[in-house]
Ligand binder design. Sequence first.
Ligand code: ADP
Ligand code: MG
Length: 704
Amino acid sequence: MEKERFNVADIFGENVFNDTVMQERLPKKVYKNLKKTIEEGKELDLETADVIAHEMKEWAIEKGATHYTHWFLPLTGVTAEKHDSFISAPLPSGKVLMSFSGKELIKGEPDASSFPSGGLRATFEARGYTAWDCTSPAFVRQDAAGATLCIPTAFCSYTGESLDQKTPLLRSMEAINVQGLRLLRLFGNTTSKKVTPSVGVEQEYFLVDGKKFLERKDLIYTGRTLFGAMPPKGQELDDHYFGTIRQRIAAFMNEVNIELWKVGVSSKTQHNEVAPAQHELAPIYAEANIAVDHNQIIMQTLKRIACEHGMKCLLHEKPFAGVNGSGKHNNWSIITDDGINMLDPGTTPHENIQFLLVLTCILKAVNRHADLLRESAADPGNDHRLGANEAPPAIISVFLGEQLEDVLEQLISTGEATHSLEGGKLETGVKTLPELTKDATDRNRTSPFAFTGNKFEFRMVGSRDSVASANIVLNTIVAEAFSEACDILEGAADFKKAVHDLIKEYAIENQRIIFNGDGYSDAWVEEAKRRGLPNIKSMVEAIPATVTDKAIDLFEKFGVFTRIELESRAEIQYESYSKAINIEARTMIDMASKQFIPAVMKYTKELAETVIAVEKAGGDASVQAEVLSSVSVLLKEAKEALSTLKTVTEEASVKKDGSDKAKFYYEAVVPAMNALRTPIDELEMIVDKEIWPMPSYGDLIFEV
Ligand code: ADP
Ligand code: MG
């Protein structure tokens, strides 16, 4: 089949109001003002905004746009948008003009009352403000709604508290900028002007057939299967990981890439993941706030294009019990405006004092705030991964690899690091293969926080969650560690000695967080306990980390969150947990009462009739009778579990919102859900497939 040919370089960013477009279309002075705002955070005056808005509108209309939207990230975890068309009030002539003012560009005013605010704002105080984040470029999205100009935006309440993810993220980026520059200056760097966290997010997802999806109420309402027996085959053969991509999936990926490239998302890597029907997509890393926005665009695009290809994209962390769930790997480093990656160890890390200070500061930050990092990855779906028997474990530890661990070891034991382990050559035993140089360090896939060459990879974030929280925490805790190191070193009489002593001190004090072994093993759980590392198994247990004195001091010190904002966020987390479990429980009740139990009863009737008929005919009906009896036992068990689930869900739903309610869902409702699932899954293995009321796991994950 001849495909439409195109040049990626031509379409890349064609729907983005990017630097090139701005330079082309904006008057020089306006462009300069805007650049100042983007690069130095200077406030934008209305006059400049008017000109930009006008040009942006003209450009968007050329792309077919009829509407614009302030595109923002409320605390629901997904993006929100309200669309306004460009048309003005009809003129006396009966015609309309297309207009868009600077005021409309920089500020919107959606009704904030329907977004989670954790008590920050009563519904009668509905006013909320959105403000253009000009550091993340506007873009035109083309979909069934036509073309829409999307303006990345921050969202605050009338009284200025942040109601979104972007505002604190931008604040945390500023914190690390200030502290990172301080640290660089200590080492004689006078040229770098800005330090920015760079983020590359690997996104995992599942694809299932769209028709089968619609036959499963659990997928429709909750995004995951709440029932389902494992098929005879799972992921044990490891034949899906990096396997050849099937044509239906390949066509989907091809279109996803094109759509992403058009809006400036640098989609780079795609492959099949470990579980059947599981895949991954990764863009090239970008500045943290852009990477966070782009990850949202990626998730939306995956969903939209899947629908167009008759499939559904499941972003849930654990759509299927028994095979791997999905997550995001948040690759993070700190890079200056002139291209210095502060996490680059160079070839001889033992001599790279600045790097060693940065590294040990990060160890200190992660060790001190492991609970916050863990919390940043908490969402209801992730409870099925973290702390369950799956990657990554719920215990935060840092993987450094042999080379760096050896350097720290030398520092700790002798006070001096004198050499770095080298990679050497890889012996393949095949003469015709080129000589491969081996990295100085192997990889470790089981670590939740792994050093991978010149960046850290935080692997805990859930596949459906925004990566904003994780980066807010990372930026802020590292800013704090930098700031404390600078406080000491700026006043030191002998800088060389002081920095050496400090690195050694940090290395010694934070040794317990380093772990290079198998993070999935039971031995590690024991070892971590001995080391005093937190092992926070669930979202409900993770949330309190947000509002400890330690957390409040940290975030207030760097102007990232106020106490009130943190308290409201904790409330929102509890509430969203309760709501998620409530929906799941009610969906299970619905499916069990209206689908499974009736189907099984029908089957028992058939069996009973068969038994009678066979016996009447003088045959031996003992097998049929045996099946009937085991089905009946399980049916009874299911019926009882269903009543219990109904009772506890009812009890939970009338409780007052907050931590007690969430805890009750976790401690009483979740076990009741599991108790209902067990007999139903067993029944699925006995009951005639013709009678089973919905597609099985096998149908869903092996027949996409
Ligand atoms: P892996 O081998 O773990 O798959 P890749 O090199 O493919 O790693 O990168 C995974 C992600 O990390 C990509 O999004 C990539 O752009 C990003 N990445 C690479 N280098 C950096 C860096 N210095 N800072 C942040 N992200 C990075
Ligand atoms: Mg990776």
